[in-house]
Write a protein that binds this ligand. Structure first.
Ligand SMILES: [Zn+2]
Ligand SMILES: [Zn+2]
Length: 349
């Protein structure tokens, strides 16, 4: 089968790998759609060896990238219960696997496993491939109403946005500032609008802001052109946003989130990496602010997100501006690396 591997320094290759066959507790998923997530850029750009440096790498040789898997069960291991997986079932993959017995694993948060977690597409073969072998317990059913592309988005970017909004207890009474309108931020805009909230969307790309507007953002602003904190306060009668979500991972974005939120408000950081400095008394204590960190979602959270998207008929497929075939991977990531387009997805023909 074909698979896409990052070689470091913005290089990748599409290579041949052996077709996987399932171990006793595994399934093989025939991949139908494999999304491109912002965090893939971290590994695409890395000088090389970063995944091994996580201390979790189990594979010798190149790892197949892609951690937004969606497809159909093609083979089932001998010890897999038929209630867990059947050939032909439409499935997503919760893209982590842990020990299975620690409190985090048992609550569906296997990425937090005390024994360390396998991350598919990072430390084990992922979904930018024709087939993917995973333990049966990682499967999350794809509702019939959802396309494979939507399932791919829910498997990381959209699921992460949903998880963050739920962690913040977003309601229809809230105005939420969403900093960064990449795949996660734009998903958050789409979901927050569906939850009834008023969205103020921030990005430095006019193209991304236009997309946020089309997805129902009430106001959009470019923090390079306007004073973001002052503009958000002006849009909220001088008070500030009830909630702010930073998807940018940039220090300025995080500061904007903190400073544009009203007293007693809640800020959530979901963008990976980097750091931020706060004036603790002014920015945090005097405002009685709550700051939450949110890391992706549990297996049940992924199920909930898919159900919400299906029941509310949310057009998640509209997130995708580029559909690619595996042999086009170099061009796909070259374009994604510029960070002004929408989301890309590999669809297997
Ligand atoms: Zn565990
Ligand atoms: Zn991701």
């Amino acid at each position: 089968m074909r698979g896409v591997s990052f070689l470091g320094g913005r290089k990748l290759e599409v290579a041949e790998f052996p077709d996987p066959s399932p171990g006793p507790h595994d399934v093989v998923v025939e991949i139908k759609a494999s999304g491109m997530c912002g965090s893939d850029l971290k590994f695409y750009r890395a000088a090389g060896g970063e995944t091994a440096a996580l201390g979790l790498g189990r594979l010798a040789g190149p790892v197949i990238a892609g951690h937004e898997p969606c497809g159909v069960v093609a083979a089932v291991g001998s010890n897999v219960d038929e209630r867990a997986a059947q050939i032909g079932s439409r499935v997503m993959v919760h893209h982590y696997s842990g020990c299975g017995s620690c409190p985090h694993c048992r609550s569906g948060w296997s990425q937090m496993c005390v024994a360390g977690s396998t991350v598919y597409g990072v430390t084990a073969h992922g979904a930018h491939a024709d087939y993917m072998k995973v333990p049966a317990h990682t499967l999350v059913p794809l509702p019939d109403e959802l396309s494979f592309m939507t399932g791919a988005a829910v498997s990381c970017g959209t699921g992460t946005a949903y998880g963050a909004l739920r962690r913040m207890n977003l309601s229809g009474a809230d105005t939420v500032a969403i900093i960064g309108q990449g795949p996660v931020g734009l998903s958050a805009t789409q979901l927050a609008v569906a939850m009834g909230a008023r969205v103020i969307a921030l990005d430095v790309s006019a193209e991304r802001l236009a997309r946020a507007k089309a997805f129902g953002a009430d106001a959009t602003l470019d923090p390079k052109a306007d004073d973001a904190v002052a503009t958000i306060k002006a849009l909220t009668h001088g008070v500030g946003a009830d909630l702010a979500l930073d998807t940018s991972g940039a220090a300025e974005g995080r500061l904007t989130a903190v400073r544009s939120t009203r007293p007693w408000g809640t800020v959530c950081f979901v963008g990976e990496g980097g750091e931020v400095s706060l004036d603790v008394s002014r920015d945090l204590l005097r405002k009685q602010l709550t700051i939450i960190g949110s890391w992706t979602f549990s297996k049940n959270g992924q199920t909930d997100c898919a159900r919400f998207v299906a029941d509310r008929k949310i057009a998640v497929d509209h997130l995708f501006t580029h559909r690619w075939q595996l042999p086009e991977a170099k061009e796909a990531y070259r374009l994604f690396d510029q960070q002004n387009a929408g989301k890309g997805v590999f669809v297997m023909a």
